[in-house]
Design a protein around this ligand. Sequence first.
Ligand SMILES: Nc1ncnc2c1ncn2[C@@H]1O[C@H](COP(=O)(O)OP(=O)(O)OP(=O)(O)O)[C@@H](O)[C@H]1O
Length: 569
Amino acid sequence: MRKIFTYSLSYKWSAIIALSLMGIELIVELVQPLIMAKIIDEGIVSKDYSVVSLWGGLLLVLSLLAFAAGVTNSFFAARLSQGVGYDLRRDLFEKIQSFTNRNFQSYSTPGLITRITNDVVQIQNLLFMFVRIALRAPLFILFALVMAFTIDAKLALILVVSVPLFLVFLSFILTKGVKLFKSVQQKVDGVNTVIRENLTGIRLIKGFNRGQYEEERFTSVNDDLMTQNKRALWLMEVAMPVVMLGVNLIILVILWLGAERLAANTIQPGEVVALVNYATRIMFTFSIFTFLIMVFSRGNASANRITDILEEETPSYLKEQHGEKHELKGEVRFQDVSFSHESQPTLDSITFKAEAGETIGILGETGSGKTSLLHLIPRLYERTDGAIYLDDYKIEDLDVKSLRTQISLVPQEIHLFSGTVRDNIAWGKEEATAEEIEAAAKQAQIHDYILTLPERYETQLGQRGVTFSGGQKQRLSIARALVRKPKVLILDDSTSALDAHTESRLMEALKGQSCTVFMVAQKISSLKAAHTILILHKGKIVAEGSHEQLLQESAYYREVYHSQLEEAQ
Ligand SMILES: Nc1ncnc2c1ncn2[C@@H]1O[C@H](COP(=O)(O)OP(=O)(O)OP(=O)(O)O)[C@@H](O)[C@H]1O
């Protein structure tokens, strides 16, 4: 919550104006019963109609004033809540951009989306309600008690005794509510997770005929959300009638005692009406309280979830700028590099050297650590031991932004963005010219195919656009990587869907680029031309050398090679 308060400070003037206007509403609300008492005692009872019209007129003017103040208050309350919501979404988005793989492991993607959307809305509701009515409610109760005291201290005592009892009851509800609404937000995450998985995996679900199973899964999380929501709302629904019942009893007691004192002529009828009026309004305020508690509970749960993200520790190197931007040649050297995912050792004492412009092939069974090794180069993962050098710089001494602009990674899972083919290639380099985009597409062996599309480079991809095959997507991603003219190109199994002919043309084209290429592949035919092939087994390099050397020296390599030859025949 402290964090949210800090955000609100940027809109302090909106908050101050809104709260001042709320003050006007509060004062009007407080004096209304007194004016009514005056009208009754000095006007109606005494049959002096000039008093009725004078004070009645004043009541009308004050009501109009309160109305105007209320409308303007809403305007400023909206400015504050929308402004803070905007800033929170912006900062959450920026923070998530700086997340490393390690940070992402703590949160699910739908969980992060819920935080940026639903949780921020809860904060907005909370702030809006706060400056609109939340502060008014306790202030009203406090001042209404004071006013009641000025009318009749003994009768007002009934209110003074009962108000703390209500407060204890409401704080009990609040504590329970915060817990319940926290789990409501978690259930929202659960629903979002299933929706997301279903939308992204819809083809798989259809192909495997798992529609029924997925429906049941969705029903289960949807039921959970409903049950938890019902529990939370039930708490609020019980609280409201309890408060109503209590205050109605208080009104009855006031009327009872008031009637006795009227008979004894120690109080005026208008004053009894004013006291009942204060008690009724206090009752109304308490019933608003239960609603506010709901908004507060949800808002508080959301504030904690948002603060978790904003305070998540991300490595400082992403923000730091080393002044110098080193132009790299592309030499890569690993010296006794080890790496663990959490506490799970993944790479062990990796040592090798890639001269600038060389192609390094990486072969290894699934889970042997190929992706992890490649991700260490652009610092998507941080090595746990040893040292990695680019040219002669330790990678930690290089500016990470400049490092990443000189390294292009084509990940195993290809991702295309919505937009045109051109946008997708230029995503790799914003200021790329049309010639550069075409040149990259030609090198990636996708240019000819793009020319067959209805609007060529301007063809829309994704939703309502054309859909690419697996191999076409891979080539488009390679074009996106090449348009930056990287010094180091990392192809993480990115040519798996290409036919042998296209792949060899691609490799030929890459030779023309003066960049170091790291290439993971399952087929030895893809790696044959590499200067060096590293064979990974359980996180260790167990053999390395050129194709010919490995054929002679590595039994594993020979075995894989021959089995692939047989398969091809
Ligand atoms: N984010 C992660 N958290 C924890 N462990 C991970 C994570 N990513 C990978 N691992 C583990 O690290 C090991 C190496 O994974 P890695 O993805 O580097 O292997 P790989 O050789 O690229 O596999 P594949 O050929 O299947 O892509 C595996 O045992 C894997 O389970």
